[in-house]
Design a protein around this ligand. Structure first.
Ligand code: AVJ
Length: 325
């Protein structure tokens, strides 16, 4: 009873390639130049991100794992309705954290379908195989694509109540306006009795945060540089990776942790037939990983009409999973 709905169809692949190309070209014609971190996750990027999650400095996964492992019942009591429902996970990845909740629910004999959504078809097939093995009785429908397109698709497949998970601090990759319109769109796409769980990484000692994104081993640097490699391969570009350097900042006032690539020389790069000029030390804005205060979270979610009905923090108080209605 496992269904894998990935973009094996050539037409869809052509479309996502065209979107990728226009996003990259628009971004690089911007000032400052910009690339979207949602494109980090090709096969190599998925692997590097798993290395990041295993780094001692990268506390986020450990904190949220602590919540899902050790506070599973609390989570389930806050989130899970007493009728049949769909558990939808946005940006599920390999579901490392949510699989503890899945296991708990399956063991209790809960009636639900798990619908992981991810932009990476690669990681979805990894997840699919993992679940087939670990929880063979679980009903799974994998949805490859953008969050809201796939949320629509989920609604067209089933009219059951929805519980939506958005974990890992993925919301931190949006700037404030994007996060606001994301919450508003989510609110629009759901009905009154649906539930949402969002994971927020909290403000904490700025060294702890910067270290998580500025590891001396260079794994985060290679995560960023891998997007240039992907552009070379998928869009026929000729970035020389040696000519770019990763630079990370954290601003403890705003809570924005930002990642850049610096052009080490003045250079021209071809992307297909288009030429892009980089001045020496010119930046590409690669990723924001926003850190939140309790007050910022409340402001963000209440503005879109959600109500915080519960929150669970890890034992260090570094990360929070907020339950919204
Ligand atoms: C997957 C978005 C939660 O921003 O912390 C990790 C991605 N980037 N190291 C994050 C990431 C650099 C990560 N999220």
């Amino acid at each position: 009873n496992v269904q894998l709905d990935t973009n094996s169809h050539t037409e869809i692949n052509q479309q996502s390639l065209a979107n990728f190309r226009s996003d990259v070209m628009n971004g690089l014609r911007n000032s400052p130049k910009k690339l979207s971190s949602k494109y980090f996750y090709d096969k190599a990027g998925d692997r590097i991100f798993q290395e990041i999650m295993a780094m001692p400095e990268y506390y986020l996964t450990k904190c949220e794992l602590d919540i899902f492992k050790n506070k599973t019942k609390e989570l389930s009591d806050l989130l899970i309705p007493d009728e049949s429902f769909d558990l939808i996970e946005l940006g599920a990845g390999d579901a490392m954290k949510s699989s503890y909740l899945l296991e708990y629910l399956v063991e209790k004999g809960t009636d639900f379908t798990y619908m992981p959504i991810d932009i990476s078809g690669n990681i979805l097939s990894v997840l699919n195989d993992k679940l087939k093995n670990k929880l063979p009785e679980l009903e799974v429908i994998c949805l490859e694509g953008e969050y809201f397109e796939m949320l629509d698709k989920a609604s067209s497949l089933s009219s059951k109540r929805k519980v939506v998970l958005f974990l890992g601090g993925n919301i931190g990759n949006m700037n404030w306006e994007e996060a606001e319109s994301f919450c508003a769109a989510l609110q629009n796409n759901l009905s009154k009795r649906d539930m949402v769980l969002i994971g927020f990484d909290l403000m904490k000692n700025p060294h702890t945060i910067l270290n998580a994104y500025n590891d001396i081993t260079g794994i985060t640097a290679s995560f960023n540089l891998n997007l240039l490699t992907r552009i070379n391969r998928d869009l026929g570009a000729n970035f020389n990776i040696q000519n770019f350097q990763h630079y990370q900042t954290y601003d403890p006032v705003s809570g924005a942790c930002r990642s850049y690539l610096v052009s080490l020389i003045s250079q021209e790069v071809m992307i297909g037939n288009d030429k892009i000029y980089f001045a020496e030390n010119e930046l590409i804005d690669m990723e924001v990983s926003q850190k939140f205060s309790d007050k910022m979270i409340k402001e963000l979610v209440e503005k879109s009409g959600f109500k915080v009905v519960g929150e669970i923090k890890d034992s260090k108080g570094w990360f929070v999973d907020s339950v919204l209605e």
